[in-house]
Design a protein around this ligand. Structure first.
Ligand code: FAD
Length: 427
C-alpha cells in the first residue's frame, strides 16, 4: 500500500481543502495541484484513503482511467500514488465535523485533536450512504442478521467474517449483485435476489456475472413483506407486487434464511452540504452544481457520489478532477467561466448533472433515465446535440460531451435533456 505521512502540523490555511479521500477526493487533489495550487489538504475519516474502493475487491474498475481492468483496492492504490507524487497533505483518521460559510472547517482527529482550518476553496467528496431498512419501512421483528449489502461487503472483504449461512437479498443494485456472488464464493447459500421493479437496478454485466453465472434466482416485481425471528433472523416472507407495486399477499412465500442484505439504493452524503446551506437537487439529494462542479456557495465545490450516485469510479475521478482544477483556479484568483446555459431533465430523464453549462468550455453532461428503453433510443440535449444509442437502462449513467461549438448561440437558454424511443421524437 502507498503510505502517506500525516502532515507534521496542519497549516493555518490552505488553497484547497478536500473532504473525503475516495476516488473523488484523490482526483480532486491531483486536479488542484495540476492547476498550480500549492497548499492542498485532503482529509479522510478512515485510516487509509481510497473510500469505498477498498472493500470492492472485485475487478471492473479503471478501464477508462488506467486503460486496464483492475480491482477497487488497485484503483485506490494507483490514485493515491498520484496524490503522494503531487505532494498533497493527507490527513487520515480525521473527520470534518463542520464547515462555515466563510470556509472555516472544523475537524477532529487523534493526531490534531479538534482543529480549525481556513481554506480559500473546498471540494466536498464525502461519497454516498446506503439506504437502510428504516428508509424502506419493512415491517416485522428486528432480529440480528438484517444489514445493508455494503456493510456485509466490509465484514467479508475487510474483516474476514461471514454474515450468516443462508442469505436473501432485497434489491438488485450493484452492491447486492456483487454480494450475491461474493457470499456464494465464500460458501454462503444465497436463496435469491428480490427486486421490486420489473427490471434489475444493477448494470447488465453484474446480472450476468454475479447471478446468472452462479444460478442465483432473480425475482423481479417481488419484495420482502415480513421479517421473522426474535434474536436472530429466521426467515422472510416475500410476495410479488402488482402494477401499482402493492404486494399480492395471496401469492406470498416463506423463505428460511438467517441473513437479509438490503441493496436498495445509495443517497449522497449531504451532511456538510446541508451545514453550508447549499442548494440541493431534490432528485439526487446532492448539491446543485455548475459545469466546474461549483455549488450554490462560491468557493465550495463538490464531486463524486456526494453529488450523484455514479455507476463507475472512472466517471467519479473524471468529474472530481474538474472540480479540483476549478477549485485550484479560483484559489489562485483566476476567473470562473460564465455559466450561461441551464440544463434540465426532460422526457424519461430522472436528473442531469451539472445543472448549468458554460458556452466557453467543453464539459460532460451526466444523466440517468427513469425507465428502460429496449431498442434504439435518441438522446437529445435541446436542439444542439442528438445521439442514437441501442438501449438505455436506469442502472447505467449516460455521459455526453458538449463544447463551445455545439453551445454556440445558446447563452441564456434552458436545454432539456431527453431520452426518447427512436421514431417517437415528435410525440
Ligand atoms: C459495492 C460497490 C461496488 C462497486 N463496483 C464498481 C465497479 O465494479 N466498477 C466501478 O467503476 N465502480 C464501482 N463502484 C462505484 C464506485 O466505487 C463509486 O462510485 C466510488 O467509489 C465513489 O467515490 P467517492 O469518492 O465519491 O466516494 P467514496 O468512495 O464513498 O469515498 C468517500 C470518502 O469520504 C470520506 N468521508 C466522508 N465524509 C467525511 C467527513 N466528514 N470527513 C472526512 N472524511 C469523510 C469517507 O470515509 C470515504 O473514504 C462500486 C461501488 C460499490 C459501493
Amino acid at each position: 500500500m502507498v503510505t502517506t505521512e500525516h502532515p507534521r502540523q496542519l497549516a493555518d490555511s490552505y488553497d484547497v481543502t478536500i473532504v473525503g479521500g475516495g476516488p473523488a477526493g484523490l482526483a480532486a487533489a491531483v486536479g488542484a495541484r495540476d492547476q498550480g495550487a500549492e497548499r492542498i489538504l485532503l482529509v479522510d475519516r478512515d485510516p487509509t484513503p481510497g473510500g469505498i474502493l477498498l472493500q470492492c475487491i472485485h475487478s471492473g474498475f479503471g478501464l477508462h482511467t488506467f486503460g486496464e481492468d483492475v480491482t477497487g483496492p488497485e484503483y485506490a492504490h494507483r490514485a493515491l500514488e498520484q496524490v503522494v507524487d503531487h505532494d498533497v497533505d493527507v490527513l487520515t483518521d480525521a473527520y470534518v465535523t463542520d464547515a462555515s460559510s466563510d470556509l472555516r472547517l472544523k475537524l477532529m482527529s487523534p493526531s490534531t485533536g479538534v482543529a480549525t482550518v481556513d481554506t480559500s476553496t473546498v471540494v466536498l467528496a464525502p461519497g454516498a450512504r446506503e439506504r437502510t431498512r428504516g428508509a424502506i419501512r419493512i415491517p416485522g421483528e428486528r432480529p440480528a442478521g438484517v444489514m445493508t449489502a455494503g456493510l456485509a461487503q466490509a465484514m467479508v472483504n475487510l474483516h474476514g467474517r461471514l454474515p450468516g449461512r443462508r442469505a436473501m437479498i432485497l434489491g438488485s443494485g450493484d452492491i447486492g449483485l456483487i454480494m450475491a456472488r461474493r457470499l456464494t464464493l465464500e460458501g454462503v447459500e444465497v436463496a435469491g435476489v428480490c427486486e421490486l421493479l420489473p427490471y434489475p437496478s444493477g448494470i447488465g454485466r453484474n446480472v450476468v456475472q454475479c447471478l446468472e453465472d452462479f444460478d442465483i434466482p432473480l425475482h423481479l416485481s417481488t419484495t420482502v413483506v415480513d421479517i421473522h425471528g426474535r434474536d436472530r433472523l429466521e426467515g422472510v416472507t416475500i410476495a410479488p407486487v402488482d402494477d401499482d407495486r402493492r404486494p399480492v399477499m395471496s401469492r406470498s412465500a416463506h423463505v428460511p434464511c438467517d441473513t437479509l442484505l438490503l441493496s436498495v439504493g445509495l443517497i449522497p452524503d449531504a451532511e456538510l452540504a446541508q451545514r453550508l446551506q447549499l442548494r440541493l437537487d431534490p432528485v439526487t439529494g446532492g448539491p446543485v452544481v455548475s459545469s466546474t462542479m461549483e455549488t450554490s456557495r462560491p468557493g465550495v465545490f463538490a464531486a463524486g457520489n456526494g453529488v450523484h450516485v455514479n455507476d463507475l469510479a472512472d466517471w467519479v475521478s473524471r468529474e472530481a478532477q474538474v472540480a479540483g482544477a476549478a477549485a485550484g483556479d479560483l484559489a489562485l484568483g483566476r476567473h470562473r467561466p460564465l455559466e450561461d446555459v441551464h440544463v434540465t431533465p426532460g422526457h424519461n430523464v430522472g436528473y442531469v448533472v451539472p445543472h448549468t453549462l458554460s458556452t466557453s468550455r467543453t464539459q460532460t453532461v451526466s444523466f440517468r433515465v427513469k425507465e428502460p428503453i429496449h431498442g434504439d433510443t435518441i438522446l437529445r440535449i435541446g436542439d444542439v446535440h442528438r445521439r442514437k444509442v441501442r438501449a438505455v437502462v436506469p442502472a447505467e449513467m449516460i455521459t455526453l460531451k458538449v463544447g463551445p461549438k455545439l453551445l454556440d448561440g445558446c447563452a441564456g437558454d434552458t436545454l432539456r435533456v431527453d431520452a426518447i424511443p427512436a421514431g417517437q421524437e415528435e410525440a
